[in-house]
Design a protein around this ligand. Structure first.
Ligand code: SF4
Length: 338
């Protein structure tokens, strides 16, 4: 039997709805979710490919044995040398559970969100981008977050000037009226009427300059995260800069990573950490170097809520049934053994 169920796209922080098509319980494709308030039926390629997470999910062999191994590692190491890393791929409910678990056991807790820290709460809505007279874009937002890119293109059609700081030949550069050669020259263009849209800022210095310039000019801004619930998790756990993450990793013997690919995001000598324990739905660069890999349910098999880039909380329900354990169930089982 063919079934279509609504859910949320897990592939970036825009918060688009997506329909998932299953046949006799097996996921076979995606389909436009016409009435969704964010994307009104459009999904980018990344969004449509999100079902690959489910299709490539890890096989679960003996989860009870894996849970025993994890709890034995945690019991045999100093709590202050154990670090728990939460991710923007986790739902609000999972992030709360992960934080409680770390605090209850006196483990260090960390959350990394594209090097974004101490962000202002005065964020622009997607409609405010579309209606702005000047849009300042940092990063290749139009390519990486196409549903926000669509708002930027609409703003241009409405007469807005688009200024960007994005490498040449990017899609964002293509739709810009002017490409700045430095962050400084871009932020000089800020005024009250501007809306700043920015993603992935590599340098903490650049981020500081941008945040300060936004505050001084009283304009609205929208940080766009690479993960679906970074905004929601940042309300629960303070995000760390790349430098602070590295300092914490330097003091870590056992690293627990929940649904993240830290190896792909932070350049570090991970071999210096004695044990890496990764909780993931499918393989990634971090699970490839981990001592223990704990398979968790994919997003299509769980319920929960995400908060999108502009702060809208949206809940989702499981699309397919699964016998596997969720992160929350696995953490409960580990905690019972400590
Ligand atoms: S823009 Fe982001 S949330 Fe929307 S469909 Fe694409 S990846 Fe998913």
């Amino acid at each position: 039997m063919l079934e279509i169920k609504h859910t949320l796209c897990p592939s970036c922080s825009v918060g688009c709805g997506i329909n998932v098509v299953s046949q006799d319980g097996d996921v076979v494709g995606t389909y436009s979710y016409k009435r969704h308030q964010i994307n009104e039926g459009k999904n980018c390629l990344n969004g449509r490919n999100s079902i690959e997470i489910y299709k490539n999910k890890l096989e679960v062999s003996d989860i009870e044995k894996i849970i025993d191994e994890v709890s034995n590692e945690l019991k045999s190491n100093d709590a202050n040398k154990i670090t728990v890393v939460c991710s923007g791929n986790n739902s609000v409910e999972e992030a709360e559970m992960i934080k409680n678990f770390a605090e209850l056991n006196n483990f260090n807790i960390a959350f990394y969100a594209d090097n974004f820290v101490n962000l202002n709460d005065d964020i622009a809505s997607y409609d405010e981008i579309e209606n702005a007279s000047k849009v300042i874009v940092i990063g290749d937002v139009v390519y990486e977050n196409p549903l926000i890119g669509r708002k930027i293109v609409h703003a241009k059609k409405n007469g807005a000037n688009i200024f960007s700081y994005a490498p040449e030949k990017t899609v964002t550069a293509n739709v810009s009226d002017e490409i700045a050669d430095s962050i400084e020259s871009l932020i000089n263009k800020l005024d009250d009427d501007s809306v700043v849209v920015y993603s992935k800022i590599e340098s903490s210095d650049d981020l500081e300059k941008i945040v300060e310039a936004i505050a001084n000019s009283n304009c609205k801004s929208l940080p766009v995260f690479s993960k679906c619930n970074s905004k929601g998790v940042s309300k629960i756990i303070d995000a760390k800069s790349k430098e602070d993450m590295i300092e914490l990793l330097d003091n870590t013997d056992v690293l627990l990573i929940f649904n993240d690919d830290l190896v792909a995001e932070i350049d570090y000598d991970y071999k210096s950490i004695s044990k890496i324990i990764t909780f993931v739905p499918c393989s990634n660069s971090t699970s490839d170097i981990s001592t223990i890999v704990v398979p968790i349910k994919t997003w299509l098999e769980t319920d929960g809520s995400y908060v999108n880039a502009m702060g809208l909380s949206q809940s989702f329900e499981n699309v397919v049934e699964s016998e596997n354990l969720s992160e929350i169930e696995i953490i409960e089982k580990i905690q019972n053994k400590l």
